[in-house]
Design a binder for this molecule. Structure first.
Ligand code: MG
Length: 262
């Protein structure tokens, strides 16, 4: 793995994918249900990042790929919804690839109806678990996300026997269909872009947690925002006062300006 400063050739890049939590905004969001209410603890992307994306769109398509639900993403990134420049568009992927937004419309993520029905059954079973260290369920459509103070054995046991994956990221569990990941989401988005432009898609992606492994594997160039956890990427960005997504956006913009004319 090389330091991001070693990245020099971005000539073929026409899609940049940013993870959100830990990359564009600090980690540690709380978005949960309490009783009959839903609390959305929004963390807006820094203005600097929004401005960088608007400039990047002159050179490349830009996507964000997050575990959060689409309503939250569309709220956080409302300044970029429908943004286009020079034939490039801004895209969003929510729920770890389970929800895709292509421009201002939605695209199918490829879920299996039977596995979705089983997920609903599992959700019902999980809700029966009473444990004061469970902080709440994040509102999602195609994924179950349970925030907790630490790992909860009853939750992990309940998923045994179901065909779904369960992932603990240090602050929440994600439970969803194994075939649907940020990587499968990237594959669908690439196909849509290729149908539109007739050109091959060459992507660079950045992520910082377990739910980004598949995304980084599928990308042509991968960037780890946590080199202790995601060790197999091509490049890494060290944590500093600046968010890793901002560092990457600035770096790419500089390289595009040096090597491409508008
Ligand atoms: Mg993240």
């Amino acid at each position: 793995m090389q330091h991001i400063n070693e990245l020099k050739d971005v000539n073929n890049v026409n899609l940049v994918v940013f993870d959100v939590d830990g990359v564009i905004v600090p980690r540690g969001a709380i978005v949960i249900e309490r009783g009959n209410s839903i609390f959305l603890d929004l963390k807006f992307a820094p203005e600097k990042f929004i401005d960088l994306v608007k400039e990047l769109l002159n050179y490349t398509n830009v996507a964000i790929s997050s575990g959060r639900n689409m309503v939250t993403l569309k709220t956080i990134f409302s300044d970029l919804l429908g943004a286009e420049s020079n034939g490039n568009i801004f895209l969003m992927q929510g729920e770890n690839g389970g929800r895709l937004s292509y421009g201002v419309d939605e695209a199918g993520a490829g879920h299996d109806p039977e596995k979705m029905r089983l997920l609903a059954k599992l959700r019902k079973e999980l809700r029966q678990i009473e444990n004061e260290d469970i902080l709440g369920y994040e509102p999602k459509e195609s994924l179950i996300t349970i925030h907790a103070r630490h790992r909860i054995p009853e939750i992990e046991e309940a998923v045994i026997g179901y065909p779904h994956y369960i992932l603990w990221n240090g602050e929440a569990y994600d439970i969803g269909q194994k075939e649907i990941t940020k990587g499968s989401g990237l594959g669908i988005v690439k196909k849509l872009l290729e149908e539109k432009s007739g050109k091959n898609t060459f992507s660079i992606a950045i992520g910082d947690r377990q739910n980004d492994i598949d995304l980084l594997e599928q990308a042509n160039i991968s960037v780890s925002a946590d080199k202790e956890l995601l060790k197999d990427a091509d490049y890494y960005i060290e944590s500093s006062n600046e968010l890793p997504g901002v560092i990457l956006a600035e770096k790419l913009l500089k390289l595009f300006k040096e090597t491409r004319s508008l």
